[in-house]
Design a binder for this molecule. Structure first.
Ligand code: PGA
Length: 253
C-alpha cells in the first residue's frame, strides 16, 4: 500500500535555534502517525543532523534534503552530493521544486541527472511538478505536467519508480494563499497516475505516493488529503508552525 505523507518544506528559513525550537514544539504536540503514514522534514542542509537527532528512533518521521547535486563528488564548490546525503543516512531528497527550476535554471535534463544520482545513492526523490498560471489559464496543465514527468523520469525502469514520491505543486498556489480546490488536485493527481500507468502499468502507478503542494494548511488539509489520489502534502509556510503542521499530519488518511 502506498504511503500517506506529510512533508514539511522549510525552504531557506529559520536559524539553528529556531529550527531546534520548532522541532521541540512539534514533538510536544498531539499528533500520531500510523503504519502507512510518514512525516518528512525537508530542512536546510546545515540543520539535517540536528533535526535527524530530534527524530532519532522514529520509524515514520525522517529528514529530507531540499536538493542534491547532479554529479558525483568532485570540484563543484558549494554543491552537496547524493553520496554525502547517503553518508548522513538521509533517505529522501526533494528534486525539481519550482523554485529550483525557476531561480536556479534547473532544466529537465539536470533534474533527470539529479534523480539518477539520488537513486544510485539509494535515496528516494520527492519529484516536484506543476504548471504556472498561464498554463492553467490556457487549460493545458495536463500535457504540461505529463511532459515534466516524461522529461525527467521516463528514462527510469519500472522497478526504480515503484514506491516513488511525486509532488504536484501548481506554481500559482505556492506561497500565494490561493490553494487549488480539492477537485482540481484530485483531477491532476488522477491524470498523473494515468500518465504513469500508461507508461509503466497500473500496479506501479498505484504504488506511487502523489502529494499536493501549494498553500496547504490545517484548515484545508483534510479536504485535499481526503481525495482518493491525493496521498498527503508538501507544505511550505504552514510547516513553520508546530501546531499547524501537527494538524496537517493528523489530516492524513
Ligand atoms: P507553500 O509552499 O505551502 O508555502 O505554498 C509549498 C511548497 O513550495 O512546497
Amino acid at each position: 500500500m502506498r504511503k500517506q505523507i506529510a512533508a514539511a518544506n522549510w525552504k531557506m528559513n529559520l536559524d539553528l535555534q529556531q529550527a531546534e525550537q520548532l522541532m521541540t514544539q512539534l514533538l510536544a504536540t498531539d499528533h500520531s502517525l500510523g503504519k502507512d503514514q510518514l512525516a518528512l522534514f525537508a530542512v536546510p542542509f546545515p540543520y539535517l543532523l540536528t533535526v535527524q537527532q530530534k527524530l532519532a528512533g522514529k520509524t515514520n518521521a525522517k529528514v529530507a534534503a531540499q536538493n542534491c547535486a547532479s554529479t558525483n563528488n568532485g570540484a563543484y564548490t558549494g554543491e552537496v552530493s547524493a553520496e554525502m546525503l547517503k553518508g548522513m543516512n538521509v533517505e529522501y531528497v526533494i528534486i525539481g521544486h519550482s523554485e529550483r527550476r525557476e531561480y536556479f535554471q534547473e532544466t529537465p535534463a539536470i533534474l533527470a541527472a539529479k534523480v539518477n544520482k539520488a537513486l544510485e545513492a539509494g535515496i528516494k526523490p520527492v519529484f516536484c511538478c506543476g504548471e504556472p498560471l498561464t498554463v492553467r489559464e490556457a487549460d493545458t496543465q495536463n500535457s504540461y505536467v505529463a511532459a515534466q514527468l516524461k522529461e525527467s523520469l521516463f528514462h527510469l525502469d519500472k522497478s526504480q519508480l515503484t514506491d516513488f514520491i511525486i509532488a504536484y505543486e501548481p506554481i500559482w498556489a505556492i506561497g500565494t494563499g490561493r490553494t487549488a480546490s480539492s477537485d482540481q488536485a484530485q483531477e491532476m493527481h488522477q491524470h498523473i497516475r494515468k500518465v504513469l500507468a500508461d507508461q509503466y502499468g497500473q500496479e506501479m502507478a498505484d504504488s506511487v505516493s502523489i502529494l499536493y503542494g501549494g498553500s496547504v494548511k490545517a484548515a484545508n488539509a483534510s479536504d485535499i488529503f481526503g481525495k482518493p489520489d491525493v496521498d498527503g502534502g508538501l507544505v511550505g509556510g504552514a510547516s513553520l508552525d508546530a501546531k499547524e503542521f501537527a494538524a496537517i499530519i493528523n489530516s492524513l488518511k
